[in-house]
Design a protein around this ligand. Sequence first.
Ligand SMILES: [Fe+2]
Ligand SMILES: [Fe+2]
Length: 236
Amino acid sequence: MNITPETSLGEIVKNNFRAIRVLEKYNLDYCCGGKKLFSNICNEKGLNAEEITNELARVENEYVSDKFNFWPMSFLCEYIKVNHHDYLRRVFPVISQHIEKVVNAHGDRFEYLPKLKDVFAKIQEELLSHMEKEERVLFPYISGMDKLYGSVSFPPFGNVETPISVLIREHEEAGGDIELLKQITNSFTLPENACTTFRVTYNELEEFYKDLKIHIHLENNILFPKAIEIESGIRN
Ligand SMILES: [Fe+2]
Ligand SMILES: [Fe+2]
C-alpha cells in the first residue's frame, strides 16, 4: 500500500494486518487513534516516518491470512463475538482473581498494585455492559444488512451512526484505561524475583491488552465504517 501524508493509522492496519506489529513497536495507537494521520502522529512523536514506512512495506509482503475487509458483516460480527467477546468473558474472572492474589501478597511492597486492581475492575464492568449492547442491539441489526439489501427495516435508534458513536466513545474510554494498565505495570515489566502468580498475571494482562486493541480496531476501523456505508447505500 502506498502511504501518503493523508493515510490514517486505521487504514494502514485495515490494508495490512501485519502492520500492527510495526505500529505497536513505535507505540502508535491504531485502534482508538485509528483516525489519526500517519505523518502527523510521526511528527508529533518525533519518529522517522520514512523508516517506519519501509518497515511497513517489508511486512506487507508477508502472507496475510486475515481478510477481515472482505468478510460479510454477519461473519465479522460472529467472529468478534466468539473470538473477542467470549475471550473477555472467560478471562475477566480469571485475571481479576490473579490480581487479587497478587495484591494480597505484595500490595504493601508495590504501592501501584491496588490501583492496577481498581483500573482492571473498572474496565471489566464497563466492557461487560458495552459488549452486551453490541450483541443485543448493534450486531443483529448490522448482520441483517447482509441479507436484507433493499428491504431493511429501519431500527428504533434512527440510524446506525447513533449507537456507533456511543460505542466509539466507550472504546476511547477503554483504550485510555488499558494504556493506564500498561503505564502502571511499566509495560508489563515484572519486578525482580516476581512469584509465579505475579508472572502469570502480567502475561495475562499483556495478552488482554493486545487482544483488546485488535478487537477495537476491527470494530472502529472495519465493521463500523462498513455498516455506516452500507446503511446509507440502502437508504438512498
Ligand atoms: Fe466488541
Ligand atoms: Fe466494542
